[in-house]
Design a protein around this ligand. Structure first.
Ligand code: ZN
Length: 459
């Protein structure tokens, strides 16, 4: 990719505004939203002091408005309609559900027609910044169910007047067949699934530069990835790679790549927060104070552009690195680092030590020959033990003995870098699970159910 990509503006009034002007707009919306929530939503009215209806600055907002978190949004549908729906004037048009992968239960969030439109329209910024034009065709690989990720995709393609290919239900081989036949301009996939698509194309001897000549941009979300992965994917696909961060509770792609993409100049890119629609606080989980640019913290969001049930000061449980408004594109939005969003509750405590899955990803995927891995933590003979199965790419041409030797070397590297013994062994090609959306490479077999550890300071 070129070092200084052409700047593509989707909304000049906003993108060329000063940061001060953007923050003024944000504060105006924050103040109106807080008042509206207090006046119209029983859930907030029961929990907030009356001062919340009259805030005029972020500082006041922080002082008076308490946090919310997932357990606040669980409960029956009757409760949701009674407590968490703004009235008058919010006729639900859709319901979105969380995936339930945390084991805590599924949240149900109502959306009005306005909410649906607001959710889809942030896609216009991202698509434009990544190089798509109105009418371009886009392949959506996410499964469509009751979750925001899939449901959003059909509205997004309507909003772009684009030809949307909704590939979720088809097998990977079939998706690739259609991709080669219809030659899309855009492709949407999780990083792990993009790797899987790449593996299928490589097996078939397909060079995307020749056989997918229209492909301008690939959009990824849902998991962290290494810079090595980004470099390999950019080289293979020869298209801009653009990431978004969104959570179902926020209801939109709330932080997105600009034309600089995910790895400009081989470094981590910026995901610009959509601050005109969302207040994105990045807070130190121990002190709840905002972190400084460059520091990590928990993302806490308040929806400013949502009608039916705006989440306010919602603790996402996502660990992000805050970057401030530092991108060379010059847009006024502050951002978070691309490729490194992680869940605090993905952190595992093993032998008294904190282990983040990305720390293992970084070491394992630094080996270009490894396509996928799976880790298991279990108790063996009263001791916690970690097993990692790795799959080598068939193209690597490694013999069984060489694979075993590489695996042993990895055991040594992991021990040296993470100070944890992990027994790495080769696995047969395609024997490990693949993921289309939410990646779960780790199984904690020490107990049934997930061991949820929140707000533990990263080490
Ligand atoms: Zn930028």
């Amino acid at each position: 990719m070129s070092a200084a990509p052409e700047r593509r503006i989707a909304n000049a009034a906003l993108e060329l505004a000063s940061r001060q002007d953007l923050l003024r707009l944000q504060t105006r919306r924050l103040s109106a939203q807080a008042r509206r929530c207090y006046e119209r939503i029983p859930f907030y009215r029961k929990r907030w002091p009356q001062a919340a209806a009259n805030i005029t600055s972020y500082e006041q907002f922080r002082d008076v408005v308490p946090f919310t978190s997932k357990p606040d949004f669980l409960g029956s549908e009757e409760q949701m309609y009674a407590d968490r729906l703004a009235r008058p004037g919010s006729r639900p048009y859709a319901l979105h559900l969380t995936s339930g992968t945390t084991g805590l239960g599924q949240e149900v969030h109502p959306l009005t027609r306005f909410d649906q439109e607001g959710s889809a329209s942030t896609w216009v910024y991202q698509a434009r910044w990544a190089g798509l034009e109105l009418g371009d065709s886009v392949f959506y690989t996410f499964p469509v169910g009751m979750q925001t990720g899939g449901l959003w995709s059909s509205h997004a393609s309507d909003r772009m007047a684009s030809m949307g290919f909704h590939m979720g239900p088809y097998s990977t081989e079939r998706k690739v067949d259609y991709m080669l036949r219809f030659r899309p301009h855009g492709l949407i996939a999780s990083p792990a699934y993009l790797t899987q698509l790449q593996a299928v194309l490589e097996r078939r001897g397909v060079d995307p530069r020749v056989e997918l000549p229209n492909l301008k941009a690939i959009f990824i979300a849902g998991e962290s990835y290494t810079l090595d992965w980004a470099a390999r994917s950019l080289a293979f696909w020869d298209a801009n790679i653009s990431e978004w961060y969104g959570c179902m509770q926020g209801g939109l792609n709330q932080a997105i790549s600009c034309e600089h993409g995910v790895a400009p100049g081989g470094r981590r890119g910026v995901l610009h927060s959509m601050e005109h629609r969302m207040l994105c606080e990045v807070l130190n989980p121990d002190t709840n104070e905002p972190v400084l640019p460059g520091e990590e913290g928990e993302l806490v969001i308040s929806a400013l552009y949502r009608e039916a049930f705006p989440v306010i000061r919602f603790r996402t449980g996502d660990r992000v690195r805050f970057l401030g408004a530092s991108c060379p594109c010059g847009r006024p939005f502050a951002g978070i680092e691309a490729g490194t969003v992680a869940r605090y509750d993905d952190m595992m405590k093993i032998r008294g030590q904190n282990l983040w899955p990305e720390a293992v990803d970084r070491i394992v995927f630094a080996h270009g020959d490894i396509e996928e891995y799976a880790g298991t933590v279990s108790i063996e003979a009263g001791r916690e033990s970690i097993m990692i199965a790795v799959e080598f790419r068939p193209q690597s041409g490694l013999s069984a003995e060489e694979q075993t030797r590489r695996a042993q070397e990895l055991t040594g590297t992991i021990q040296a870098k993470l100070n944890l013994r992990m027994d790495v062994r080769p696995a047969a090609y395609l024997s490990l699970p693949r993921y289309e959306f939410k990646v779960r490479r780790w199984t904690d077999a020490r107990r049934t159910g997930r061991d949820v550890i929140r707000y533990v300071k990263p080490t």
